[in-house]
Design a protein around this ligand. Structure first.
Ligand code: AMP
Ligand code: MG
Length: 318
């Protein structure tokens, strides 16, 4: 597989109907021409993603929104102007030019303008938007470096556009609309509080009531192959294991942990944004370390900590 920073090369592959892994500020995406049935089929096949799980369409600027969506609520425009380019996906009524396979047959499409210079340049050089789910096999840990993509999708995609480490490190926040009012579908890199500060209270989809076919809500996801446990008290959890090779993920190490364990701190200064940036890389690293179990500490439930805990919960789900 080829990896580099050549936008012209990425463009060529995409025009040919091929796939390119693209850097975004959240995670790496597996991108194809959103108007091409062939490219979209290839995305689902490469990821082994079930067809009921729709893709996010990445566009170059707010002004492009009307090309692929219609009946756009006023609050959606407001959010787009406030947060794009950025880690907010808006689910809106789709126009006919978006193939049904992109949206898993739904009448709505998820759209965002990603905030990464290489990908924004690429999008502005193309005359079609890019459908791109995260560039990992379905259900596995999302990629936040070009190396993660190479490791997981070796030989399956033509080019990885290498934009370095993803600065936000967790997926976008997803908001849809009912009767013009916003609803949160997925916690993500932009904390809910930050969005509510701009447009007022937002209804949250109750995870318990969501059927498995509801997109982005799969209860098991982001999962390492190694057994994965989420806990409020790492030391208490560690005491349950004897003679096991254990990996530990903590926000910051407050109390020493026995030397034989492989401990990763997500942020030495207990900074929750830094923790989000490092989360998936830590999970990849520990999953490669041939451990018996990975124990992760629950993060503080504020700011992007909510999205981190959401990912950890799904990783731990059996
Ligand atoms: P990924 O990029 O792998 O995180 O997956 C894209 C996610 O976007 C899906 O799992 C859904 O949660 C969400 N999504 C995309 N389109 C829609 C839509 N039309 N309605 C609701 N959610 C959507
Ligand atoms: Mg994904």
């Amino acid at each position: 597989m080829n990896k580099g920073t050549e936008i012209a090369r990425a463009k060529e592959v995409l025009i040919d109907g091929g796939l390119v892994a693209i850097p975004t500020e959240t995670v790496y995406g597996l991108a194809g021409n959103a108007f091409s049935q062939v490219a979209i089929d290839l995305i689902y096949a490469t990821k082994k993603r079930p067809k009921y799980n729709p893709l996010i369409v990445h566009i170059k600027e707010v002004a492009y929104l009307d090309q692929i969506a219609t009946n756009i609520p006023q609050k959606a425009y407001q959010l787009a102007h406030e947060f794009w380019p950025g880690s907010l996906t808006l689910v809106l009524e789709k126009k006919a030019n978006i193939p049904a396979i992109v949206t898993a047959g739904k009448s709505t499409v998820g759209i965002r303008v990603p905030n990464h210079p290489l990908t924004l340049k690429l999008l502005s050089d193309l005359d079609f938007p890019l459908a791109a789910p995260s560039a990992n096999p379905f259900g596995y840990i999302s990629p936040t470096t070009a190396e993660h993509v190479e490791k997981m999708l070796k030989g399956q995609i033509s080019y990885v556009l290498d934009g370095g480490d993803c600065p936000a490190g967790v997926e976008s926040t997803i908001i849809g609309f009912e009767d013009g009012e916003p609803i949160l579908y997925r916690h993500g890199a932009i904390p809910l509080e930050e969005i509510e500060e701009r447009i007022g209270k937002i209804k949250v989809v109750n995870k318990e009531n969501v059927t498995p076919s509801a997109p982005g809500m799969l209860s098991q996801h982001y999962s390492p192959t190694t057994p994965f446990v989420l806990t409020g008290d790492v030391h208490l959890e560690l005491a349950k294991y004897k003679n096991k090779k254990i990996g530990v993920i903590v926000l910051k190490l407050n109390r020493p942990i026995a030397k034989e364990h492989l401990v990763l701190e997500l942020s030495k200064s207990a900074n929750i944004e830094e923790a989000a940036k490092n989360l998936f890389a830590a999970m990849h690293q520990l999953d490669e370390a041939h451990l018996d179990v990975i124990i992760a500490q629950r993060m503080p439930e504020s700011g992007v900590g909510v999205a981190i805990n959401d990912r950890l919960e799904r990783a731990a789900k059996k």
